[in-house]
Design a protein around this ligand. Sequence first.
Ligand SMILES: [Zn+2]
Length: 454
Amino acid sequence: MSAQIRFLGGAGTVTGSKYLVEAHGKKILIDCGLFQGLKKLRLKNWDEFAINPETIDCIILTHAHIDHSGYIPRLIKSGFRGKVYSTEATRDVCKILLPDCGYLLEEEAVYLNRVQRTKHKPALPLFTSEDAEEALESFVNVPFHKTHAISSQISFEFRYAGHILGASSVVLTVDHKKIFFTGDVGRINDEIFHPPDVIPNMDYLVTESTYGNRLHSSEDVATELSHVVNETYGRGGVLVIPAFAVGRAQSIMYYLTQLRRQNRIPSMPMFLNSPMATDFSSIFKKHTKLHKLTLKDCAEIDSHFRYVRSADESRALNERTGPMIIISASGMLTGGRVLHHLKAFAPHPENTILLSGYQSAGTRGESLQNGAREVKIHGEYIPVRAQVRNLDNISAHADYGELIQWFQHSKVKPKKVFITHGEASAADEFRRRLAEKFGWDCSVPEQDEIFKLE
Ligand SMILES: [Zn+2]
């Protein structure tokens, strides 16, 4: 085999995942994510693409999260004409996430033009929701565990990764040599998703390292959640749960439903204020083989929640008093309806803001997690007097202990390991742990770095 891999994103950061494999005259992009979070990262989305997008043959997409899929519409605008291979569920989730992402980018451009805080006149969105709708037409469904040939020497297969609905790892085979891309990896014992598939034999391993230097708390999520709900209820407060609309919101609803059934939390109004999360619930019901919930479980969840659709209903929630629970997006408080709830409820000490899961550097979620007592929303500083809590254990990512356990259980013996999709310190600590534990040859690639795969 003569091939090379180039790390065009997800190197030293958790966002912008893009790994370009070149072999036998083909150029294959594994994931095509948007850089998110810190401004210096977001600006990279505007850089000219490292190679001419017209020369890329196809994209193999591990899952729908924007940091893996969100650059696809832009790549197409820049001339990419190939297919985007994904599982059917990933495509279904992308149908919600990509147009929404385009819409948010359009809104941001409108805002920048209005406040005239732009070097470019007028500021333009990276892509529009219409571009995103068009991009979806390039998608081709490839089922899990089916080998799909790209050429006579190159093929790939999706393996179940348990991270979000439709999420996969990718086995890319070039001349009988295998490169395994973990994609984002879910938990071994998750309430909703099955554990990730055992990894087949492979030669090269490209692994994520989001939690490369951290372990999740051992506390049971339901117990942790019940404490926060009961404390807030006791103060008559409002519990605001910023949650990623696709996946996280459903997990939290599932846990709250369980707690109600077991009478571990009192009855109170519970709202899901995210039209996107509401749409996602129907996709979740369509793909019951990909998760552990039955249709009956889904119906029980529906019976406990009020789904807020219109902007008027959303605003009306801010006039209500507690106790009540509001789940709303976005999960890291980077945008969405939850910001209005934060404005309304963060200044009052009886309320609680419950963060759920990973908070990227540079987001409001991260500053709250680090104890910020004010946050800037729509140009205004909002004091934070509410309790801020963190539901750490609900992560959709395996921690380093679980990743090591997965590798060990799968008896993998890679010739070479590339550690990606982690902040620099997490990736480096994971490199050290893997080298110590298995004696593997591990590298933490830098942005744009190229490695030969012989
Ligand atoms: Zn992900």
